[in-house]
Design a protein around this ligand. Structure first.
Ligand SMILES: Nc1ncnc2c1ncn2[C@@H]1O[C@H](COP(=O)(O)OP(=O)(O)OP(=O)(O)O)[C@@H](O)[C@H]1O
Length: 264
């Protein structure tokens, strides 16, 4: 059922991610852009949430703020009940490395590193010992056991994204953020990537937050949160692709009507 409005439940021990009244404003020559306008949400550990909304609604900004890659103008982000602000840049980086994984649309692999080196980079950056057996296990799970010494340029897009998923999972993060992880992939590779992300939730108990424009991808999640104009405006539990597409059509129409009313 599509529910309008969002209510944040009280802090619970099982909460992996919580945002309290997060805003992100940008100053631009045309005035202040309110990319996020008071977003509150709470996600349980082991849940899979898709975030959707019209272009410019604030999806990427939400992900970047929640993942500690960007700093909110106001509000709080808590991962595992621990607030992700107030420290130095080095502390924030350490916090992110220990608790957060990120999958990008365009993979962001380092071209001169092999598959194994790319996948274990977060461990080496964090100064942790690289357990080769465990790293190979992760790469085997994403179907790349026979590609360990390949460079990214020697792989297909789908294979590169699977390396990126291994990299996001290798340090055992509490929350994994994925920004359009299937946006650059063909249907078959997209399906494989979604299955791997789903497995990370169902088998390993990771908490996954995925921005997507694709209703079929969103239907893999437990719930879809809808953003419009920097606010959470609705939630769809146990989504089907048809219900997600329907809700998106309504939101996009509303956004277009809003722009006409404002004379944009
Ligand atoms: N660095 C920035 N400086 C100024 N404005 C920005 C900046 N980053 C984002 N914005 C603005 O904030 C708003 C939200 O952007 P965001 O990229 O989060 O939207 P989105 O929903 O992810 O869009 P899309 O689906 O097109 O990727 C937009 O109006 C965008 O132009």
């Amino acid at each position: 059922m599509f529910q309008q409005g969002m209510v944040t439940p009280p802090l619970a021990s099982g909460q992996a991610l919580r945002l309290d009244a997060v805003t992100r404003h940008y100053e631009s020559p045309g005035g202040t852009v309110r990319a996020l306008n008071g977003v509150s949400l709470a996600l349980d550990g082991g849940s899979f949430t898709a975030v959707m909304g019209p272009s410019g609604s604030g999806k990427s900004t939400l992900l970047q703020c929640a993942a500690g890659l960007d700093t909110p103008t106001s509000g709080r982000v808590l991962v595992d009940g621990v607030e992700m602000s107030g420290g130095t840049e080095a502390e924030l980086t350490r916090f992110r490395r220990n608790r957060i994984g990120f999958v990008f649309q365009h993979f962001n692999l380092l071209p001169t590193l092999t598959v194994l080196q790319n996948a274990t980079l977060p461990l080496r950056l964090a100064g942790k010992r690289v357990d080769r057996t465990q790293a190979v296990e992760v790469l085997t799970r994403v179907g790349l056991a026979d590609r360990l010494d390949h460079l990214p340029a020697q792989l297909s897009g789908g294979q590169q994204q699977r390396v990126a998923i291994a990299r996001a999972l290798v340090a055992g993060p509490r929350v994994v953020f994925a920004d359009e992880p299937t946006g650059a992939l063909d249907t078959r590779s997209a399906r494989q990537v979604l299955a791997l992300l789903q497995e990370a939730v169902r088998i390993d108990g990771r908490t996954l937050v995925m921005v997507t424009h694709d209703p079929v991808a969103a239907a893999h999640a437990d719930q879809v949160l809808f953003l419009a104009d920097g606010r959470l405006v609705g939630r769809l539990a146990e989504p089907t692709a048809a219900a997600v597409a329907d809700a998106m059509t309504r939101l996009t129409d509303q956004a277009a009507r809003g722009r006409v009313a404002e004379g944009v």
